[in-house]
Design a protein around this ligand. Structure first.
Ligand code: PMP
Length: 408
């Protein structure tokens, strides 16, 4: 049966009204609907069934040293997928699950800001300053929006990292590859007292070559952009420092008493399914037939599928953009991907489009009945707008049709 998700889209991944030129299409949000085709083919080979008698307790990890709400198999699946893909160091790190990485962003920020404030044991405790939070522009719009809405007393949004020059502790958010423009980033402030949250939502082989395992103090990943299961609301933080990890776990306990165990179980199944298709593991070792969970795999594996779809979409988008001559698109150089074992071109999750004549890009898109997210939301000029490359096929085809009607 098809349930609508409230956006006029059915959960079968197809879009309604996509063929009608009078209806707005939305490529505004980063809803990862392109992955539907892959998982539809997997069909019932990656299904979770849960009895009413299962997963009833608040507690999942009875070993009190762990994250009390986390299924041990979820942590194991996270380790396994990173080991297979090689995109992050997880050995000896704390894996802390959250309700999407959005929740973990706030939780990590609070943990970092209160740690900094606590170590600053001036005699004058009342003089605690709000910790500035910065990110190089163009930055992911939700960081600013979430922080300005929250109005926290311990930290405050301070915008572009490139122009930040205050003394004292601060937090820099590094999104790499970056949302919206797909660039590969490193911290830019590099001052004493700086702490980094590295948002690696898009550091997966379908979007960008995997050149090295990421190794930051606090790293965030999300199932939403890894496999496309955004509705499960599963993300995870990989944390080096014990004190920061303990603060994060305590906050998770206070805010929501952990996360939904059903979501963890589904994420576990999906991450294992993807990882097993490349390097079957059982207790860290191959079993006799070289297969751990003996699951029948589709002929085209997950990252090959998603890389192929995105590469094809980028090729088609570039051709249309070149023909109409109205927009600029960023260029990306190919690099050797240690996971794919070959040179590959980055295929970012978003197209960061710049209107050549300097006028309002989101407005022009609106005239074509294409809903996008304009530059000002990301801290930059309105001549830019962001287009999601992850929509369903119908919407993406409509996008190209409508862009093709433009002429310079
Ligand atoms: N970080 C970045 C850079 C994102 O683009 C997104 C989703 N658009 C998120 C975090 C949040 O993802 P989620 O809460 O679904 O895990």
């Amino acid at each position: 049966s098809n349930h609508t998700n409230g956006n006029g889209v059915t959960t079968n991944g197809n879009c309604s009204g996509g063929g009608n030129n009078d209806v707005f299409i939305s490529v505004d949000r980063g809803d990862p609907k392109m992955y539907y085709t892959f998982w539809k083919n997997v069909d019932d080979k990656c299904t979770v069934t849960i009895k009413a008698s299962e997963l009833m307790s608040y507690f999942a990890d009875l070993d009190q040293g762990g994250v009390f709400y986390q299924l041990p198999e979820f942590s194991a699946a996270v380790h396994q997928v990173h080991r297979v893909v090689g995109n992050a160091v997880t050995e000896g790190r704390y894996i802390i699950g959250g309700t999407g990485s959005s929740q973990l962003f706030t939780v990590a920020l609070r943990a970092l800001a209160s740690t900094v404030n606590n170590t600053n044991t001036d005699n004058n405790l009342k003089k605690k300053r709000q910790i500035p939070v910065v990110c190089a522009e163009p930055f992911y719009s939700c960081y600013q929006e979430a922080l300005e809405e929250e109005k926290s007393e311990i930290y405050k949004w301070q915008g572009d990292a490139k122009t930040f020059d205050e003394e004292g502790p601060y937090v820099e958010v590094v999104t790499t590859p970056n949302n919206p423009d797909g660039s590969i980033r490193e911290p830019v402030v590099k001052k004493e007292g700086g702490l980094v949250i590295c948002d690696l939502a898009y550091y997966w082989p379908q979007y960008t070559p995997i050149t090295t395992p990421a190794d930051y103090d606090v790293m965030l990943f999300t199932l939403s952009k890894a496999t496309g299961h955004a509705g499960s609301r599963v993300g995870w933080a990989i944390v080096k420092d014990k004190e920061i990890a303990m603060r994060m776990i305590k906050l998770m306990s206070l805010i929501t008493i952990g996360t939904c165990h059903e979501g963890q179980l589904r994420a576990t199944k999906i991450l294992e399914f993807v990882a097993d298709s490349y390097a079957p593991l059982e207790n860290g070792k191959l079993n006799s037939n070289g297969n751990a969970h003996v699951v029948e795999q589709p002929s085209e594996k997950f990252f090959e599928f998603s890389h192929r779809v995105l590469a094809d979409r980028w090729k088609r988008l570039r051709a249309v953009v070149k023909r109409c001559g109205v927009f600029n698109l960023p260029e990306y150089s190919p690099e050797y991907c240690n996971f794919m074992n070959k040179n590959i071109h980055p295929n970012p999750a978003y197209a960061w489009m710049e209107l050549k004549n300097g006028e309002d890009a989101e407005k022009l898109m609106n005239e074509l009945k294409i809903q996008t997210r304009g530059g000002p939301r990301f801290g930059v000029s309105s001549k830019y707008t962001r287009v999601s490359m992850m929509e369903c096929d119908d919407t993406f085809n409509q996008l190209l049709d409508r862009l093709s009607t433009l002429e310079s």
